[in-house]
Design a protein around this ligand. Structure first.
Ligand code: ATP
Ligand code: LTN
Length: 333
């Protein structure tokens, strides 16, 4: 039996992925690659929707690829590729933009969030149409599942709406995908501001990076914000800081929250933070080390990406050809 397809992606917008990306998305990606025919994309076209430095983008694209592999993406099983290596992404995005309403695009909350600080007038049109490019990324691969964090739910909903609309106007063309959002780690919170999601754009002290050295990781956990009552229990509303630490601890060790509460209750926050920092180093250090090894051989890494792009292009071109035909373009000779 053939496996269903799966697609997901991340932006190469920083030199390191953070624990939110790792626990919220990557761990899932690695565990789904046996049951699915998976495509994992580094979305560099999305990374230029905000101003970028070309040399940094190039470096961060390879750094992101190395971290995917180091975190468990097996490139024999899954296609790992760079979005700009597959022209069909931009080509399908254009077609989908032409069936998306202005109002529909304007309702995307990520665009609203990202333009809140500086206003819409200084945002690019690319940032506005970002979710439609994301829909193209997905629909080209006819995936059943799209594993992402909670913050991406609305974009996957838009993708589904566009697939259904296209299918009903032009005939069955796209598989209508489902978001695969796992419950436990779908939202990892900032260590300094535990009611906000951990993000590159948050407080650097609250952001734990895969490429951070051990001492930095330990320091960030030890200075995590908690509260003053000293009690260790899981309560997101009343105790967001402690609850985030408990869920991170659980995610990185596989131990249940109850088990952890049982061990640390009454012990104060210091012991919990110290042991959690140690568990985090144990989880992250091997990934960082492997990523650094991979980065030392850029030619080998580029060859892996070329192979991934060839596999991706084959599937993407077939879908695009169908779409071009359905909308009424004559075939190029
Ligand atoms: P930014 O830092 O600009 O908010 P980001 O950190 O969300 O960006 P993306 O490239 O947008 O990074 O996200 C990559 C993947 O990681 C997505 O699937 C997203 O849902 C997931 N993700 C990001 N942050 C978290 C988080 N704090 N908790 C769980 N998943 C997350
Ligand atoms: N917007 C996504 C990144 C992304 C993506 C995709 C995720 C671009 N294209 C396709 C899943 C499938 C984000 O994580 N911020």
């Amino acid at each position: 039996m053939t496996k269903p397809n799966l697609l997901s992606g991340m932006q190469p917008s920083a030199g390191s992925l953070h624990l939110g990306n790792y626990l919220g998305a990557l761990v899932n990606w690695a565990s789904m690659q046996d049951a699915y025919n998976a495509f994992y994309c580094i979305v560099d076209l999305h990374a230029i929707t905000v101003p970028q430095d070309p040399a940094e983008l190039r470096a961060n694209t390879r750094r992101t690829a190395a971290q995917y592999i180091a975190a468990g993406i097996d490139t024999d099983k899954s296609a790992l590729f760079v979005q700009s290596h597959v022209p069909a992404h931009a080509q399908l995005a254009w077609v989908l933009q032409c069936i998306t309403g202005m109002g529909e695009a304007g309702r995307m909350t990520q665009f609203k969030d990202k333009t809140q600080k500086n206003g819409v007038d200084s945002a690019s049109v690319g940032l506005y149409t970002y979710p439609i490019l994301q829909a193209a990324d997905i629909l080209l691969y006819q995936p059943k599942a799209v594993p992402v964090g909670e913050d991406q739910r609305q974009h996957i909903e838009l993708t589904r709406d566009l697939a259904i609309r296209f299918n009903s106007r032009f005939g069955d063309t796209f598989v209508v995908p489902e978001a695969a959002i796992q419950k436990e780690n779908a939202k990892i919170y900032d260590l300094q501001n535990p009611t906000a999601k951990m993000s590159k754009s948050g407080d650097p002290k609250g952001l734990v990076n895969i490429m951070d050295d051990n001492a930095t990781i330990v320091k960030k956990f030890k200075s995590a914000v908690t509260d003053t009552d000293g009690e260790i229990r899981f309560d997101r509303e009343a105790k967001p800081g402690v609850s985030n630490l408990l869920s991170l601890f659980s995610a990185m060790t596989g131990r249940s929250i109850e088990d952890l509460v049982g061990q640390y209750a009454g012990g104060g926050y210091g012991a919990l933070k110290g042991d959690l920092a140690e568990a985090a180093v144990a989880a992250i250090e091997p990934i960082r080390t492997r990523a650094e090894e991979l980065l030392a051989d850029a030619a080998q890494l580029d060859a892996i990406l070329a192979d991934g792009a060839a596999r991706a292009n084959e599937v993407a071109e077939a879908t695009l050809a169908k779409v071009y035909d359905r909308v009424g373009f004559i075939a190029a000779r």
